[in-house]
Design a protein around this ligand. Sequence first.
Ligand code: NAD
Length: 265
Amino acid sequence: MGKLEGRVVLITGAARGQGEQEARLFAAEGASVLLGDVLDEQGAAVAEEIREGTGEDRARYVRMDVRREEDWAAAVTAAKEAFGRIDGLVNNAGILRFNELTATPLEEFEQVVRVNQVGAFLGIRALAPEIEAAGGGTIVNTSSYTGLTGMAYVGAYAATKAAVLGLTRVAALELAAKNIRVNAMCPGAVDTPMANPGLLDPAGMTDEAREAMADLYKRVVPLGRVGRPDEVARLALFLTGEDSSYITGQPFVIDGGWTAGVSLL
Ligand SMILES: NC(=O)c1ccc[n+]([C@@H]2O[C@H](COP(=O)([O-])OP(=O)(O)OC[C@H]3O[C@@H](n4cnc5c(N)ncnc54)[C@H](O)[C@@H]3O)[C@@H](O)[C@H]2O)c1
């Protein structure tokens, strides 16, 4: 028996990176998964691979822009049509923009808020009634270590990731009586196209730049390396499955010890 046998979970931003690994792992653990994204070709290909890999019709891709209310409604309809109900959500879609705070144009700031913060809010609002109707379930929000500690040049991003922790706590309080648990993940640096394009795709970065980044992580991350998306997927699995049955409203840091404190070693 898989850890998510019989569950139906919508994962946003599942065409690549952490969301893709979450969709693959959840399906391997018995869940039916709906992969939402705006990268249609990649998302559809991942869903197809999951169907082939499991030999079962337990993965669907749906185009959804998390900023749009109507896309959330359509995703819920698609999940119910395909799998009968929905009892889990991973709010994973996100964007990152680098800029000094005082140089950030309003449009750029609002763009990041729309995807990372408003997107998560719309997801909770759209899915909570469905999860309640299914008898309960889980919501996992993707924050970041920058939502806990701050980081220079990612002001808009860090602000939205702190906001996601606020949303997580309030949703956990309001939805607990409906048997819906809500938790958040705070990953450190993870090897995905968002943060480290050159590490995954050697063509995206020169050898020297890649070595410099690897060297940087070796020095600043106590565990000495960047995280892998499948490691974050395993945390998402824990928070979605019954192993976390008495946990709600909490942030979970997964960062190789980066935010543990100052190390002089
Ligand atoms: N990679 C890291 O170092 C890191 C660290 C901490 C937190 N995170 C968070 O993890 C989550 C996953 O990021 P990732 O590292 O896999 O990056 P990624 O860029 O590889 O994946 C993000 C996915 O979200 C999708 N997306 C973007 N805007 C969207 C929208 N409006 N509607 C629907 N989908 C949209 C993208 O198309 C992409 O498939 C994000 O919330 C990110 O902020 C990443």
